[in-house]
Design a protein around this ligand. Structure first.
Ligand SMILES: *Cc1c(COP(=O)(O)O)cnc(C)c1O
Length: 381
């Protein structure tokens, strides 16, 4: 297959409005945070997703940190989450000296197994942090019921779940707090960026202060107070309006971007149907009551060796495919926390076998066909 152009794993998609909006910010000379474009992004998301408060942050990591700060955790309080996630889900709480309680994932979605959560709840448990893997919603009804019964906060790590729904409700708006990512690798990008969401007025008001270095500067700018001052703990989590301008162009094209990703996703699923039907590979199953945003397309193969060989095979066909998380419980920090390999069997099984194929808005039909064809040939089909 020499001579074929290389297919990258990810390629940010631009809608055409980015330059115009960034140009407007440069002309205005108002390039600091919490500016006009940030407010437009926040209003757009608030309306569309049904969230009373949306606040842009410098990343999903920082949105998670805001959420963790608002949990008022004490030493050795516990937070439940999957181990199959990005480090920030855990780090945000570990930074607050909380204990991280890892729960295994479901084989069909790789989301936290809601049936195993309650067994992990103890007297010091304060919160659950479900992660919506690949933009497919966790079983939020069950999770909210457990949280209600035990008085726990729910913080949704919806970094991958922007513009996806569970039973008609947008991911990130169902728990007490939600966190989005606009990193270059996500569906809607600002390069680096995120958002904190909540429908709880008190949490919203406090988040505004935490995000602004612990001051009530946001209230000052709205003319609600005549000077601003130190009110609470906090840090610097607001986003330059240059990046908010880039993000607004993306958010305005949310439907277009999602449709393009969905098209590529559907084409993969069709092209690989025979391998799926024969049990050679597995893909994520999307429950009826969830609408995906098609954040990523993964396949599970027979074993680690097969995956390593398939990555190499695709590389020789100029296709960049990648695996995903090293489970957090088997990382050096996880081991320091007392976790060991063998404790979360589904997580470990899937982590070794999962391969992500290129998926982005703008990936062409013939490129999807070329990738699917290379996968089929690898398996001798
Ligand atoms: C990408 C990602 C993050 C981190 O997002 P940043 O915006 O890069 O901080 C956190 N959690 C999950 C599940 C992610 O996929």
């Amino acid at each position: 297959m020499a001579g074929h152009p290389r297919i990258p794993f990810n390629r940010p998609y631009f809608t055409g409005r980015e330059r115009e909006y960034i140009g407007q910010v440069l002309e205005s000379r108002l390039i600091a945070g919490d500016g006009a474009f940030a407010h437009r992004c926040e209003a757009l998301m608030g309306q569309r997703f049904g969230a009373a408060s949306v606040q842009l942050t410098t990343s999903c990591t920082s949105a998670l940190e805001v959420a963790a700060l608002l949990c008022d955790l004490e030493l050795d309080d516990e937070v439940i989450m999957p181990s199959y996630t990005f480090v920030s889900t855990a780090n945000a709480f570990w930074l607050r000296r909380a204990k991280v309680k890892f729960v295994d994932v479901r084989r069909d979605t790789l989301n936290i197994d809601e049936a195993q959560i309650e067994a992990a709840v103890g007297p010091r448990t304060r919160a659950i942090a479900p992660v919506h893997y690949a933009g497919v919603g966790c079983e939020m009804d069950a999770i909210m019921a457990i949280a209600g019964k035990h008085g726990l906060r729910v913080i949704e790590d919806a970094a991958q779940g922007v513009n996806a729904t569970y039973k008609g409700r947008y991911l990130g708006t169902i728990g007490d707090m939600g966190c989005y990512s606009f990193h270059e690798s996500k569906n809607f990008v600002a390069g680096e960026g995120g958002a904190f969401l909540t429908n709880n007025r008190d949490l919203a008001r406090r988040a505004e202060i935490v995000r602004e270095k612990g001051t009530n500067r946001s209230q000052f700018f709205r003319g609600e107070v005549d000077k601003y001052t130190w009110m609470d703990i906090g840090s610097s989590y607001i986003v330059s309006d240059l990046l908010a301008a880039l993000l607004l162009a993306q958010l305005e094209a949310m439907d277009e971007i999602t449709a393009l990703r969905g098209r590529a996703y559907g084409r993969y699923a069709m092209a690989l149907a025979s391998l799926i039907d024969s049990g050679t590979i597995e893909i994520q199953s999307i429950p009826q009551h969830c609408a995906s945003n098609f954040h990523l397309f993964y396949i599970l193969v027979e074993d680690l060796r097969t995956r390593t060989r398939l990555i190499e095979h695709l590389k020789q066909h100029s296709i960049h495919a990648v695996f995903h998380y090293v489970p957090l419980h088997t990382s050096p920090v996880g081991e320091q926390m007392g976790y060991r390999a063998g404790m979360l069997p589904v997580t470990e099984y899937c982590a070794d076998r999962l391969l992500r194929l290129p998926l982005y808005a703008g990936l062409q039909d013939n490129e999807v066909d070329r990738i699917a064809d290379a996968v089929q040939r690898f398996f001798g089909k």
